[in-house]
Design a protein around this ligand. Structure first.
Ligand code: PLP
Length: 372
């Protein structure tokens, strides 16, 4: 076997591509599944807790899994430009994959509420960045209108190829564990990712999904033999200020420090509900302080630095462990959707600030002695 060449090459038999499809890849996917050693004890959980660190994708978030498929299919169809609305990570991924393909990317981002690293990526990769005087939901509405009128491919997760690429996370987890976990926990914003996870798990156990047209397990997306015997219970967590799934409908002014999930009108509403209902799972919400505490706890007890939105999965899980809703001894996988370096401002703002100290041995030794 040659070196790893990205998820389309790896899973081409389970994706809508042919041998002549011009694959646009940055070798995304194949991210580490890291078993947490200290945090479970700390929160009083007696099972196994593993994190799928999607922050280690080429642009630092899981969006690369969907974007390799969306841009590949756009190029295959002859598109010369792509467009998306974004809270940040979709625009970073779109810009990078468009650069790779040699096409133009247009990204609509909300005014002022985008993490610094993500903005830098979109700009650096040469996207046409349109900072709109509105939020993500306004941007989403606009790109749907524009892409229906102009010859530009829409690469938000309403593009079905995005979910096809993102479903491969479930394939990797099953390969790593030899079975699906008992629970899968993740943050929910526009809700494409929870839908894609569920699709991947369903296909792996031979269950039909809406995406394969109810093939009863007999279509190219399904492996010849089931690769797992169970599907996980899906738990989707939202930030309290942007929790339409908890409120039962769209939220008009979503607000949270977890900017990647600052979304009031999720596009994959029915698919996400189906994932939770069919798996016997639930949605829940966390406050911003709970999210930041989980982000810090993970960074400081395990050495894993994810962005605030990603930590929502752990914050929610911690709450449900405390509430006794998680079965004792269970194996749990949490998706850490993006890298902590994406949002340095939020990280620095919540930490102990550096000691300002004279460049003298005695001054430094005094601080070290106090901290030992
Ligand atoms: C996009 C994103 C999410 C939300 O995923 P959805 O598919 O919109 O639910 C969560 N965390 C991060 C870091 C993201 O970039």
């Amino acid at each position: 076997m040659t070196h790893y060449q990205g998820l389309i090459h790896r899973y081409r038999h389970r994706l809508p591509v042919t041998d002549s499809t011009p694959v646009v890849t940055l070798n995304e996917g194949n991210t580490p599944l890291i078993e947490l050693l200290n945090l479970p004890k700390k929160i009083g959980f007696d099972g196994r807790l593993l994190v799928k660190f999607e922050g280690l994708n080429p642009t630092g978030s899981f969006k690369d899994r969907g974007m390799t498929m969306a841009v590949t299919k756009a190029v295959e169809a002859g598109s010369r430009a792509i467009i998306c609305a974004s809270t940040g990570n979709t625009s970073a991924a779109a810009a990078a994959y468009a650069a790779r393909a040699g096409i133009t990317s247009f990204v609509l981002i909300p005014d002022g509420k985008i993490a610094l690293g993500k903005l830098a990526q979109a700009m650096m990769h040469g996207a046409v960045v349109l900072q709109i005087q509105g939020n993500f939901d306004d941007g989403m509405r606009l790109v749907q209108e524009i892409s229906s009128e102009l010859p530009i491919a829409l690469v938000n997760s309403v593009n079905p190829f995005r979910l096809q690429g993102q479903k491969t996370i479930a394939f990797e987890i099953i390969e790593a564990l030899g079975e699906a976990p008992d629970y899968h926990v993740l943050p929910v914003g526009n809700a494409g990712n929870i839908s894609a996870h569920w699709m991947g798990y369903c296909e792996s156990t031979g269950q039909e999904t809406a995406a394969c047209g109810h093939c009863q397990g007999h279509c190219p997306y399904h492996p010849a033999q089931p690769l797992a015997t169970q599907r996980p219970i899906m738990l989707g967590y939202q930030a309290s200020g942007a929790a339409p799934f908890m409120r039962g409908g769209p939220v008009s002014n979503p607000d949270t420090i977890a900017t990647a999930i600052r979304i009031g009108n999720p596009m994959s509403w029915p698919l996400a509900w189906a994932a939770v209902r069919e798996s016997g799972g639930w949605f829940d919400e966390c406050t911003d302080p709970e999210i930041l505490e989980a982000q810090r706890l993970l960074a400081q007890t395990e050495g894993v630095f994810c962005e605030p939105s990603s930590a929502t999965s752990l914050a929610g899980f911690m709450k449900d462990v405390k509430g006794g809703r998680i079965r004792s001894g269970a194996t749990v996988v949490a998706t850490l959707t993006g890298h902590g370096l994406k949002d340095p401002d939020t990280a620095i703002g919540q930490c102990v600030q550096p000691h300002r100290v004279a460049a003298e041995r005695s001054a430094i030794a005094a601080i070290i002695e106090r901290s030992l």
